[in-house]
Structure formats: C-alpha cells, structure tokens
Design a protein around this ligand. Structure first.
Ligand code: GDP
Ligand code: MN
Length: 390
C-alpha cells in the first residue's frame, strides 16, 4: 500500500525523523490558513498524488506571498498532473501540501528497501539527490552506496560511517547524519514498510539534515498490525479493477496482453503466464483466485478480466487439491451463463475429480468452452483462440 507525502511525513515525524513543517489542504481557504499557521516567509505548494516526479510536471511550486499560495493551490487542485511515474493518463490532484520553504545546501538520495538477494534490508544513499534514482542506477551505479543491515545485528554506527563516507560528509555533517538515520530505520522496521524513500534528503544551510520529500510503501500482509496506517489508504489513487479484486481477496494485476488467466495459487499463476508466453501469446493479467477457488471466485474472475477490452480468450487453469474440480466445472458453467462470457474459455482442470469435471463441461456443450487436457495444450489453445484461429 502507498500513502501520500503528507501522511508519510506525519508518520515519520512521530518516530522522531526530521521532516519539513507543513499541512495538507483540500481547498484554497485551507491552503491560506495552513500558510498563515506556518508563519514562515516563503512556502512550497506541493500536489499530493501517489506518484513522484511532480516537480518536473508542475506539481511543486514556490510561493513568496499568501496570494501566491492561493494562486498555486487554485491552479493545482483539480489539475490532471502528468509525471514520468503517472503514465500518459496522469493523476487528478485532490489535495496539496503547504510546506515551509527551506534554504537548501545540498540534495542527497536516501532509500531503504528489502534486498531479496541479500536477504536483508539495505540502506542506499547517493550524492545525486533530487533526480531520478533509476537514471543514476542505470548510468552511474557507482554513485549509489548500499549497506545491508543484518536484522539480527541491527543498525550500528559502522553502517552509518560507511554511508557517510560514501557521501563525503565532513565530521559535523556526519554527526548530524548519524542522528537523522536511526529513527528513519526504526520507522521502516516498526511499520512493516517495504520502501522508505527520501528524495531529496537535504542538508540545510544551517547544517541540519531534513526529509524534503518522503515516500512510504507498506507490505499489505503487515497492515493488520497497523490499523492507523491502513486508515491512510486513499482508494481514489488506486486502479479500480485491482482495488475491487483486493476487496474480494483476489490477487489481480492488469497486464497488456490479450489472454486472460484465472488460476488458483500464485505459483501456478506465474507458470501459467510463462507458458502463455512460451506458446507465443501475451497474458492480459495475473490472477490468483486463492487456494480455495470456488464457483463464486471464478465468476468474479471472469467479471474482472472481461472489463479489459483487450481480452480475446480466457485460460482457466485450476488444480484441484483441496477444491474439487467438478464443483469448479459447475461454477464455470454458471458464471459463463450469468456473465455472458463472449470470448473462448479454455479450461484445464486437473486433480481431485478431474474426470467428473470433464464430463460436466462436455455435457453442457457450450460453444465458448473448450476443454484442454493439460497445461501446455490449454495455453496453446488459448493463444490460438486469442489470435482468432481456433
Ligand atoms: P517530486 O518531484 O515529486 O519528487 O517532489 P519533491 O518533493 O522531491 O520536490 C521536487 C524538488 O522541489 C526538490 O528536489 C527540490 O529541488 C524542490 N523543493 C521542494 N521543497 C523545497 C524547499 O523547501 N526549498 C527549495 N529551495 N526547494 C524545494
Ligand atoms: Mn522527490
């Protein structure tokens, strides 16, 4: 799960991380009140959307007067902000963050993520702050310094020294840096975050470090432990179909191909996508209906997948371990009738009661439903059907 910058800053502040002073505003009046409350000389007005790169897209603006705060807020609210992270469609700006403007000495990059290869969290820093870190990683990877933190040992001063040396900090800066990082790492761990990104981390003219921007992602599986974070969810920022799937406990990710897939189990779902590709096709989605596939979940799967107009065929690939294939077969028939499935549906059912399932499907004699005897045949039939030759 993703949250907005202003929420991330509030959360980090509660852990003792130094963040910018600022308030969220939903209207021009709220923005002016926020600016007055801050009592500073200059402000920054920042569009709040779940995407970065706002600065370049016109979503981060300097304001010298209260009138400019109002002007910029008025311009941003309701604007469709396009950045390199939003895609062409852009994102609607529904709130802004009114922030005190700071005198920047230098901008750095800082990120904390789980490195699955190292099997531990890593803290990454770079002197190339404020810019696209992906570009730095691609063009000058030596400018990114990484330190793995073994969770058994925890964050130690030698980790901090290694990062600080990498940034060429002097003694006084190093001391400030060593104060800034621990509460941030603490927040990463205690909130079950999957990503903490401070870009830029700023060294102010007065010698202090401060988080000028903040991005937090959370592991959804840990959210039940943090109801206060789960409450920060802003569903208007998320993909509608993926959101609905999540409400039904289905893992759905939309992709660009034309072969829809309904599968039980994440591993089987991934191998189904692989075999579709090997058969010369492109999957339209990842969909794991879960270990307890039922007639209902299959019907919801059809419903979700068919909203995508690219889908030209659907491959149902279900292995009956705990679930019984004959029940699934009945579910498929019901769903196909109810939802008016108008594309070919290739069904591969194997495992418990697979034989009965085959008979049920055959007897129903629905022209859209094609029975496959194994996974490869299923994938090939689905790819052919999507190409229009069956
Ligand atoms: P992003 O473009 O979505 O990543 O938004 P950021 O919060 O990172 O802001 C973009 C840029 O605006 C930063 O890299 C800074 O250069 C600039 N900026 C943001 N806040 C301030 C501020 O308080 N003072 C100054 N001088 N620049 C700022
Ligand atoms: Mn940023």
């Amino acid at each position: 799960m993703n949250i907005h910058e202003y929420q991330a800053k509030e959360l980090l502040h509660s852990f003792g991380v130094k963040v910018t002073r600022g308030h969220v505003a939903h209207t021009v009046i709220e923005a002016e009140q926020a600016a007055i409350k801050l009592g500073c000389k200059n402000w920054i007005v920042k569009a709040q959307i779940h995407a970065g790169g706002r600065g370049k897209g016109g979503g981060v603006k300097f304001a010298r007067t209260l009138a400019e705060v109002s002007e910029q807020t008025e311009r941003m609210l309701g604007m469709n902000l396009v950045t390199h992270q939003t895609g062409k469609a852009g994102k609607l700006v529904q709130k802004v963050y009114i922030q005190e403007a700071y005198d920047i000495g230098k901008e750095y990059y800082l990120g904390i993520v789980l490195d699955r290869r190292l099997e531990m969290p890593v803290i990454m820093v770079s002197t190339e702050g404020g810019v696209d870190i992906e570009t730095v990683a691609a063009e000058t990877p030596e400018k990114i310094i990484k330190v793995g933190i073994d969770p058994v040992i925890g964050l130690r001063s030698y980790h901090l020294r290694k990062l600080a040396y990498g940034l060429n900090l002097n003694k006084a800066q190093m001391k400030e840096f060593s104060r800034f990082i621990p509460p941030l790492y603490d927040a990463y761990q205690k909130t079950d975050a999957s990503l903490v990104e401070i870009n830029p981390l700023v060294l102010l003219k007065n010698g202090e470090f401060i988080a000028l921007d903040a991005k937090l992602n959370f592991d959804d599986n840990g959210l039940y432990r943090h109801p206060e974070i789960a409450d920060m969810r802003d569903e208007t920022e998320e993909d509608a179909a993926e959101l609905e799937a999540a409400h039904y406990d289905l893992s759905y990710v939309k992709l660009d191909g034309n072969v829809g897939c309904i599968v039980n189990g994440a591993g089987l779902a991934m191998s189904t996508m692989d075999i579709i590709k090997q058969s010369g096709g492109e999957p339209a989605n990842f969909l794991d209906v879960g270990g307890n596939a039922s007639a209902e979940t299959v019907a919801r799967g059809f419903d979700l997948i068919l909203r995508d107009k690219n889908v030209k065929a659907i491959l149902v690939n279900i292995f009956g371990g705990i679930v019984r294939c004959d029940r699934i077969a009945k579910g498929i028939l019901e769903a196909a009738r109810e939802i008016h499935v108008h594309v070919p549906v290739i069904v591969r059912l194997d495992g418990t009661n697979a034989k009965e399932a085959g008979e049920i499907l055959q007897e129903a004699n629905i022209k859209e439903i094609i029975i496959a005897h194994d996974m490869r045949e299923g994938a090939q039939l689905a790819v052919q059907a999507a190409k229009g030759d069956r």
